[in-house]
Design a protein around this ligand. Structure first.
Ligand code: T5A
Length: 216
């Protein structure tokens, strides 16, 4: 059987860097992550691009269930447990091995999304999220997190242009207002780990600001 070991999860020092991109729907996370990946590749820095929920074959199956419009009655507890189940697999199978090998891992969403969406958006108790974070990640956290910030209508209008909205994108505007505020609050609590960037600007200006901020 080809089982990935959990034994060494998270605790020993590693050589790579773990950089996450966060923000509400459609603010340009994927666009900016790919631009940063190209920039790093040009500097011959080894990189891996991945995303959550997902990043592994198993995680992508969980992602499909989470975003499917078929499960409108999914409980909030089911939702958060599935987010962390996908994350556990992602860490063990992809993220930790890459970081140990000295790779820069650029991840489209991570646990800040859980605090913002399941915490502030759904109203789940922060203590529950902290417990799951401790269980799944132990002390592991991103080295740096870029939060792309824009009013929800900006991102949702962009997301709508794709033609269909998934189960979470169908939430009301006040849900996304709470999510947006949660990101800003987290950044204010730990300014050395987060950078909030105005995502209403052009793609090029945002990219330039990201490069300036992370000084690579
Ligand atoms: N979730 C996730 C949780 O609830 N809890 C969790 O713990 C985790 C990990 C995942 C969903 O899961 C939830 C959050 C989400 O609802 P997703 O598809 O990964 O969903 O995330 P989305 O935010 O929905 O992804 P999007 O692709 O919609 O948004 P992006 O990546 O922010 O935006 P991007 O780069 O794809 O751009 C969208 C469009 O806007 C244009 C692009 O060209 C594209 O067409 N664009 C711009 N246009 C004008 N100006 C700019 N500056 C632009 N930047 C991009």
């Amino acid at each position: 059987m080809n089982t990935v070991s959990d034994k060494k999860d998270g605790l020993e020092p590693y050589k790579g860097k773990f950089i996450t991109f966060e923000g509400i729907e459609g603010v340009g996370k994927t666009t900016q992550l790919n631009l940063l990946a190209d920039y790093l590749k040009n500097k011959h820095i080894p990189i891996l691009v991945t995303r959550e929920p997902g990043g592994t074959a198993l995680g992508n199956e969980i992602r499909a269930l989470l975003l499917s419009n078929q499960y409108q009655n999914m409980s909030y507890m089911t939702e958060i447990l599935m987010m962390f189940a996908a994350r556990a697999q992602h860490l063990t199978e992809i993220i930790y091995p890459a970081l140990r090998a000295g790779t820069y891992v650029l991840c489209d969403r991570f646990t800040d999304s859980t605090y913002a969406y399941q915490g502030a958006g759904r109203g789940l108790d922060t203590a529950i999220i902290q417990q799951l974070e401790q269980l799944v990640q132990k002390t592991f956290r991103p080295n740096y997190t870029i939060i792309l910030d824009a009013p929800p209508h900006v991102g949702l209008d962009r997301a709508k242009q794709r033609g269909h909205l998934d189960r979470i994108e169908q939430e009301k505007l006040d849900f996304f207002e709470r999510v947006r505020q949660a990101y800003v609050d987290r950044a204010n609590q730990l300014p050395e780990q987060y950078c909030v960037i105005d995502a209403t600007q052009s793609i090029d200006v945002i990219h330039h600001n990201i490069i300036k901020t992370i000084c690579l």
